[in-house]
Design a protein around this ligand. Sequence first.
Ligand code: NAD
Length: 486
Amino acid sequence: MSLMDTAQWHGAIFDGAWRTAGGGSADIIEPATGESLGRAGLADPADLTRSVERAARVQPGWAATPYEERAAIMRRAGDLIESNADEIMGWVSRETGAAPAIAGLSQHVSAQECFEAAALPARAYGELIPTMSPRLSMVRRRPAGVVGVISPFNVPLVLSIRSVAPALALGNTVVLKPDPRTPVSGGLLIARIFEEAGLPAGALHVLPGGADVGVALVEAPPVRVISFTGSTAAGRKVGEAAARHLKRAHLELGGNSALVVLDDADLDLATGAGAFGSFIHQGQICMTTGRHLVAESIADEYLDRLVAKAEAIKVGDPTQPGVALGPIIDAGQRDKIAELVDSSVAGGARLRAGGSHDGLFYRPTVLDQVTPDTPAWANEVFGPVAPVMSFSSLDEAAALASASEYGLSLGVLTADPLRGLELADRIPTGVVHVNDQTVGDEAVAPFGGLAASGTGSRFGTPQANVEAFTETQWVTLQSRVPSYPF
Ligand code: NAD
């Protein structure tokens, strides 16, 4: 049976069962064709209130479910993602415009997230600590309660499930709000996976909706922890609101990651990595290579080769053979990209490739003669745009790479990896790849950014997940009440 081959989810939200959404429904538009892929329910404030209250009621029972059973549900969820791989990749591809490389990666990483989460329930959840009295003194971790997850449109399946799976595995219940442009791969598909995996009804809620539903989720009293992935602008608002309500917010935000190409790098491999880092998934990845810093002695040759690669890339409907880049998610995002590129060119940058679009299909773009103030260099473009700048010393490369409000990922390409790591040590960032471009994700790797890229590594390792989705409690235990002086 296929996962989404049921009429139930159309126009509905998921609160353990499929319910008609209070906020009506909207077409899910396939960006490559403009066709409707179905109708998704849109949650309203009453739906949200009902869901968070139900999630709070269900949570103690779910936390008390034997650890083996919680682990088995996570394993079954992972198995379902594997056994329904084609259908899942099809949804990711058609709903987000992802080419097969990204659709396949999304499916694979999502299954791995569930398998890694399956190891969490069986972990020791505390330790005995020294104490001054004849008693047992211990630290234990308890589920945080109801976790709110808010995810973006670009890689929605992974960016939702990387919070949903560990939060559930550790005994929390979850209310997930996906982006309304990608309600299926960001949420409704995940609801079907966990429904089929046997998760008790009410432990997971999926409420597609806009920013207003996200705001209400952050403010809802039963929600104790927010796991947010999205833009820095929205993340700041989420962080502010969470602080006002004294809640923890884990924020995974934007980026403008640098790829530094040293003078001893293999030029052919370097331009291949650079093109992939900037253009894959139309540049709509938080870790996208947003800035190319190339040693002066090889910069001209690097640019020529990057331009040749950009011009050779086939852009179109990603479900068609040979297409490497699909569409931008919608006209609003495309216009933001066009505006950053156009204003860069107006400000003196030279357009070496691309800079044009046909509908939502934006050509891979290469810019040179950029300065630190060029809009496409200074900002997160979130499109297939590669601005290139040269440097004449390692000091200059370190200074230019560090001159960003973001700190998500960094790539350094060099024949001398130790020299690459020494350079990386001077550039503040959450992820470093020596001899690779900036985009990469594995379920077991810590992931998170610094500064405007977020609040640090909250995914990928058991420690990070336990830190993110549980509370610490100090417990003492002794055989009788001590006698006190008064
Ligand atoms: P966005 O911030 O506009 O939206 C993300 C989600 O937040 C959506 O579900 C949206 O409805 C919701 N939202 C928006 N405003 C909100 C508010 N005030 N309160 C609560 N929820 C709110 O992001 P986007 O532009 O759709 O996504 C792209 C951005 O996400 C880029 O900046 C990208 O770098 C970032 N991103 C970061 C990571 C990461 O792990 N660091 C991963 C993917 C994307």
